[in-house]
Ligand binder design. Structure first.
Ligand code: PHE
Length: 344
C-alpha cells in the first residue's frame, strides 16, 4: 500500500517535470499518451488495485481516478495555453510583416521602341525650338504629290509605290512631306516643325523594307535660310541621338522633286567594317535626306520664294531606330514578338 502511494507520488512528480519541458502540441500529445493513454502510467496503476484489501481499494481507487482526471485537466489547460501562444506569435509576426520584402516578379509593361525613339527625337527638336505637328495618314493626291512639285504623270511618282484607295485622289501617305504643305498653308511664318508619323509603301517587304514604317519630317522656313542651317541642324540632331561627339557621316547630292538642291546624309554602317547585307555592301547607310524647299513648293503654298526660303528633311525614323538599337530586320517592330519587345 505504501508502495502504491509512493508510486503515485513519483508519477505525479515525473509528470510535472515532463510537462514543464513541453513546448509543442506534438510533445504534449506524447505526454498524454504516456500518462493517461490506454496503456499509460496512470491507468496501469488501476491494475495494481486488485492486490489491495477492500478498504485500501476504497481509498486508492478514487485517488487514482482523481489523479487521472486532474492530469487530464492539466493537459487540456496546457494544450489551450500552447494554442494561444502560437496564435499570439502569429499575430506578432504579421505585425512586423514587411510587404515590400517579398516582392513577386510582376511583369511590367513598357513603351514600344518606336514610341521611345519618337519621344527622344521630339525632345531633341523641342530643345532646338521646333514644334511638333501631326497630319492625316489618309491623304489627298494634292498634298502627297502635286503640291510637292510632283504633278500627275511625273516620273518621280514611281519612287513611291502608293496604296491608292477607292476614293478618288485619296491615298495612304507615302511620306510625311504632305504635312509640310498643310503647315505652310495654315501657319504663320517663320515655322520650325517636326512631324513624326506612319507612312505606307506598296512594296515587297524584306529586312530593310516594310509596307508601313515611321518617318520624321522636319522643316524650317524663314528669311535667309540656307543649306548650312540644314547641315548644322542635322549634325546637332544626329550627335545627340547617337550620343557621339564625332560623327562618321558624308553628305552627297540627292534628288527629290520638292527640294533644290537636294542632299543625302549617309552614316557609317554600325553593323560591319567592310560591307554587309544591311548596308548593301557599301559600309554606308542613307539616313537623312533633305534639301532647300523648292520654290515651286513655296509658291504652291502661297509663300513668296523671293522673300522666304527654307530647308526640309524627312528621315526614316524606323531606320534610325534600327541603327540606334542594333535591329537588323525592320519587320521585328510590328511582329508582336515579346522576346523582341522585352529587350527595350
Ligand atoms: N519625303 C522624302 C521621302 O520620303 C524625304 C524627304 C523629305 C526628302 C524632305 C527631302 C526633304 O522620300
Amino acid at each position: 500500500m505504501a508502495q502504491l502511494k509512493e508510486k503515485i507520488d513519483t508519477i505525479k512528480k515525473a509528470f510535472q517535470e515532463a510537462l514543464s519541458k513541453v513546448q509543442t502540441l506534438a510533445e504534449l500529445d506524447q505526454l498524454r499518451t504516456t500518462y493517461v493513454g490506454k496503456k499509460g502510467l496512470i491507468p496501469a496503476l488501476m491494475k495494481e488495485l486488485k492486490d489491495l484489501s477492500v478498504d485500501d481499494k476504497k481509498v486508492f481507487g478514487p485517488l487514482i481516478n482523481t489523479l487521472k482526471a486532474e492530469t487530464q485537466t492539466i493537459l487540456d489547460d496546457a494544450k489551450q495555453t500552447i494554442i494561444n501562444k502560437q496564435a499570439e506569435s502569429k499575430i506578432k509576426k504579421q505585425e512586423h510583416f514587411d510587404i515590400t520584402a517579398y516582392k513577386t516578379n510582376v511583369e511590367q509593361g513598357h513603351q514600344h521602341p518606336y514610341s521611345q525613339i519618337t519621344e527622344e527625337i521630339e525632345d531633341i527638336f523641342l530643345s532646338m525650338g521646333y514644334e511638333i505637328l501631326d497630319g492625316p495618314e489618309l491623304e489627298t493626291d494634292f498634298h502627297n504629290f502635286t503640291a510637292l512639285n510632283i504633278p500627275e504623270d511625273h516620273p518621280a511618282r514611281d519612287m513611291y509605290d502608293t496604296f491608292w484607295t477607292d476614293r478618288l485622289n485619296m491615298l495612304l501617305r507615302t511620306h510625311t512631306s504632305p504635312v509640310q504643305i498643310r503647315a505652310m498653308k495654315e501657319k504663320k511664318l517663320p515655322i520650325a516643325a517636326v512631324v513624326p508619323g506612319r507612312v505606307f509603301r506598296h512594296e515587297a517587304t524584306d529586312a530593310s523594307h516594310d509596307f508601313m514604317f515611321l518617318q520624321c519630317e522636319g522643316f524650317y522656313i524663314d528669311k535667309n535660310v540656307n543649306l548650312s542651317h540644314l547641315f548644322a541642324t542635322a549634325q546637332t540632331f544626329l550627335k545627340t541621338l547617337f550620343k557621339k561627339e564625332k560623327l562618321d557621316i558624308r553628305i552627297r547630292p540627292g534628288f527629290f522633286p520638292f527640294v533644290e538642291p537636294g542632299i543625302e546624309i549617309d552614316m557609317r554602317c554600325p553593323f560591319c567594317q567592310d560591307g554587309c547585307s544591311v548596308c548593301k555592301k557599301t559600309t554606308w547607310m542613307e539616313i537623312f535626306p533633305g534639301g532647300l524647299i523648292h520654290p515651286n513648293v513655296l509658291t504652291a503654298c502661297g509663300i513668296d520664294p523671293n522673300e522666304y526660303s527654307g530647308f526640309a528633311f524627312g528621315f526614316g525614323l524606323s531606320r534610325l531606330a534600327m541603327l540606334k538599337y542594333g535591329i537588323r530586320d525592320i519587320r521585328h517592330f510590328y511582329s508582336g514578338k515579346l522576346k523582341f519587345l522585352e529587350q527595350f
